[in-house]
Design a protein. Structure first.
Length: 249
């Protein structure tokens, strides 16, 4: 039986006369990668911002783990189980991999009353950091400064930092951007490994990767959904072929 962890219902975002997201509804289920595709300007990143709480919707609702979080800001949604990555690297380059993961874990294990204690001594955050780095394939790089990592490894670190916060939902904005073939394979393996315990929203332009990893695909054009279904259903959809896939054929 499917378990819906995040649900967006009739989400709309307007800026004056511009409708960036137009009544979009979707559900993210545990154990699935749900990809959102579309050309530049289709509204994909705006949709992620609405789901994560970085933008308020003009109308519509967001439910996280069965609770209406539409009015919750991004930090509160993050503490409730929602993690996200961005198009650009957001790691701390002068800190080690372990320190990056520990800082992310601290956001979950906050202890403001223990201000006199060394944060690095907290066993909960250290354990969460090590576990997240291991799951992301970075155990051998724990003491390496993040700025010295390859582009693909920095993307892995971003996923590790998300995992360190203990999320149930992952919103990933173009995690494969700028990667070579080997790095892409490593990232796809990581997503396949973690999806069993999470619901994953993947915004990505690499169509080969999307159709390999996604369990469900939603296609957006001009802020609206024109198709949603299995990879086979989307690939065979005539509207998608004309509006999106055909442009690359």
């Amino acid at each position: 039986m499917s378990e819906v962890l995040l649900r967006g219902h009739e989400l709309t975002r307007r800026w004056g006369g511009l409708v960036a997201v137009d009544r979009v509804s979707l559900e993210l289920e545990r154990g699935q990668v749900h990809a959102v595709i579309g050309t530049n300007g289709a509204g994909k990143s705006t949709l992620i911002n609405l789901l994560s709480g970085e933008l308020p919707p003009s109308s519509g609702t967001v439910e996280l783990l069965g609770r209406d979080v539409s009015a919750w800001p991004q930090p509160r949604r993050a503490r409730a189980g929602l993690g996200r990555s961005y198009q650009r690297n957001t790691v701390y380059p002068s800190f080690t991999v372990q320190e990056n993961c520990r800082l992310a874990a601290q956001a979950r294990h906050q202890r403001p009353w223990a201000w006199w204690r060394d944060a690095t001594a907290c066993e909960d955050t250290r354990a969460a950091a090590h576990d997240a780095a291991a799951r992301a394939g970075l155990t051998d790089w724990l003491q390496v400064q993040a700025g010295l990592l390859s582009h693909g490894q920095k993307r892995q670190l971003e996923i590790a930092m998300c995992l360190a916060t203990g999320p149930q939902v992952l919103l990933l904005d173009e995690p494969l951007a700028g990667m070579g073939a080997e790095e892409t394979e490593r990232m796809l393996g990581l997503l396949a490994a973690v999806k069993a315990e999470h619901a994953i929203l993947l915004v990505e332009h690499d169509m080969d990767a999307v159709f390999r990893i996604a369990d469900r695909i939603t296609v957006m054009v001009n802020g609206a959904v024109i198709a949603s279904g299995s990879p086979t259903e989307v690939r065979e959809n005539a509207d998608v072929q004309v509006a999106y896939l055909g442009e690359h054929g």
